[in-house]
Design a protein around this ligand. Structure first.
Ligand code: TNX
Length: 531
């Protein structure tokens, strides 16, 4: 134990003796046992405690990173950025000396091949905390586990009482699915970059590695496109209910992509089409079949708008929008929406999607679409995002049999905009009420008939924002369900256990409290006192 931690703990206890119970509680907390490995969300593949062993982060602890790796240094700096404010320790970040350094080490050598590109091995002994990975993404994931093994107070922005102990452990961990996503609808309500960064920080803690941004819809267009400036300038000025609109400049978007990358999260941009396009149609009269621009729209109906399929300008428009967006997006995917095109005939839908898929591919991106796109022609490598409420869909199963990979976002399980219970102030209920049991207790690899584990690329939790206006609203709808979906994406199904999960989820509550996340206190979860 470090000297400073001892002094703080003792002074808390001395103060407690003098002033009574309230402080005694914090003194007792300071001496609490290290966070058990069973509290980590998502559950690791294997995690074995070493009895009687503890590492204590102290004023002399350094963070050592893989020599010569800028990415490892970046992850060391990120970890130091979390630990310094709450511990008050200097925690210098330096290249690891040869041998087995004491302190915290983040190394790109010596990890088992079995952890792949995203996994890690974490060892905690009395003298060192060592994270080993094959790739930086794995080191970053290991750092998230380490974070969760420290007391919740470690997340505080001001100096807190230690000690900062981590129990002895050997963890070998890697994800079940390559794609673990969240989606934020910034079209129905606009969320400024700071709100998106806050969400990215929350996603990182649960090893989510994709953030899908729903950048356009009937109510607003949220990304500046230089070749079609009215899209953002006019079509971006509105939001649901007459709330303020907004849009990302290309510099804003580029900065968000970079911020996400620093959290090992890839941005997936979505331009929804041919439906959900009123904001675009309102911005340019010439995109409409009748040459007349509709008024901008601030309601919440769906299915009334469509790009003009027979019009050649439509494809020039899409080529230019997709071209600019693809150039700003280093990630492999570009999402074309394709959902709820009720104002487009089936034949037009197929014509349209077939052509748009080719445009996206020509700009070097892999097409992602809501699962409706499987009704159009196939396209090699196109990925379908299932959002239905049932457990069978013949068209999706047929596409999967022909090699289409599926991202699982069943609305009745993963939609973070559904109410928890009928009295929930925010949200909708068309896909049902979703409390923790509904969100967690399903198997993405065996949910949709004919879509087995090998056809599933991953899992995504969409957060639509018709009723969601503030970061406090986002917090409330995402927590505690987002970590449940994140666990389904990461943890092997052998760890799946609803009652154990409710306990592990409860253990996250004090952490969210320190992080300022105003979560829904689901009665299904046992929350520790005070959280
Ligand atoms: C359906 S799911 C939609 C969205 C709405 C959402 C509200 C999907 C692909 N489309 O346009 O925002 O329901 O829950």
């Amino acid at each position: 134990m470090n000297g400073r931690g001892v002094r703080r703990t003792l002074s808390a206890l001395v103060l407690a003796a003098a002033t009574g119970a309230a402080v005694l509680v914090s003194g007792t907390e300071a001496l609490a046992a290290p966070v058990p490995l069973t509290s980590v969300v998502p559950a690791p593949v294997t995690a074995t405690p070493t009895a009687g062993v503890t590492y204590t982060i102290g004023s002399a602890t350094a963070i050592y990173t893989e020599p010569g790796s800028a990415a490892a240094t970046g992850i060391g700096d990120y970890l130091a950025g979390i630990l310094r404010p709450s511990t008050g320790f200097p925690l210098p970040v330096a290249a690891a000396p040869s041998g087995s350094p004491s302190g915290i080490a983040l190394l790109l050598t010596g990890a088992p091949a079995s952890v792949g590109a995203q996994g890690y091995q974490l060892d905690v002994t009395a003298t060192a905390i060592t994270v080993r990975a094959n790739q930086p993404a794995g080191l970053f994931a290991g750092v998230q586990t380490l974070r969760q093994l420290l007391p919740p107070a470690v997340e505080a922005a001001t100096v807190q009482t230690g000690p900062w102990q981590v129990g002895g452990a050997h963890v070998v961990d890697y994800p079940r699915f390559a794609y673990r996503g969240a989606m934020l609808d910034v079209a129905r309500h606009f969320f400024a970059p700071a709100a998106v960064r806050r969400y990215l920080d929350q996603l990182a803690l649960y090893k989510v590695n994709y953030l899908h941004l729903h950048l356009s819809d009937d109510q607003g267009w949220r990304i500046a496109i230089s070749s079609w400036p009215n899209l953002a300038g006019y079509g971006g000025a509105t939001a649901v209910g007459g709330d303020p609109g907004g849009y990302y400049t290309q510099a804003d978007y580029t900065a968000l992509v970079a911020y996400a990358a620093s959290r090992y999260i890839t941005i997936v941009p979505e331009i929804d089409m041919p439906g959900h396009t009123n904001a675009a149609l309102a911005s340019y009269a010439q995109l409409n079949c009748d040459g007349v621009a509709p008024a901008r729209y601030t309601g919440t109906a769906v299915g009334f708008s469509s790009l003009c399929v027979p019009l050649e300008l439509t494809y020039t428009f899409i080529d230019q929008v997709v071209g600019e967006l693809a150039a700003l997006t280093p990630g492999p995917y570009l999402h074309i929406g394709g959902d709820e095109a009720s104002s487009t005939t089936a034949a037009d839908y197929t014509t349209f999607i077939d052509r748009v898929q080719q445009i996206v591919a020509a700009h070097g991106k892999t097409v992602l679409g809501w699962h409706d796109v499987v009704h159009a022609g196939p396209q090699p490598s196109r990925i379908a995002q299932f959002w239905g409420t049932g457990t069978s869909d013949a068209a999706v199963a047929g596409a999967a049999a022909n090699g289409t990979k599926v991202i699982m976002s069943p609305a009745s399980r993963t939609y973070l905009d559904m109410k928890y219970k009928s009295s929930t102030r925010l949200g909708q209920k068309w896909a049902g009420l979703i409390d923790v049991d509904k969100a967690y207790d399903w198997n993405p690899g065996a949910y949709l008939s004919g879509v087995g584990e090998s056809s599933v690329l991953g899992v995504e939790a969409p957060l639509w924002t018709e009723t969601i206006r503030t970061t406090a609203d986002l917090d409330y709808m995402a927590f505690p369900r987002l970590p449940a979906i994140a666990e389904l994406g990461w943890s092997p199904y052998s760890t799946h256990n609803l009652s154990a999960f409710k306990g592990r989820l409860g253990a996250q509550g004090p952490r969210w409290r320190v992080m300022g996340i105003g979560y829904y206190h689901s009665t299904q979860v046992t929350w520790p006192a005070g959280s």
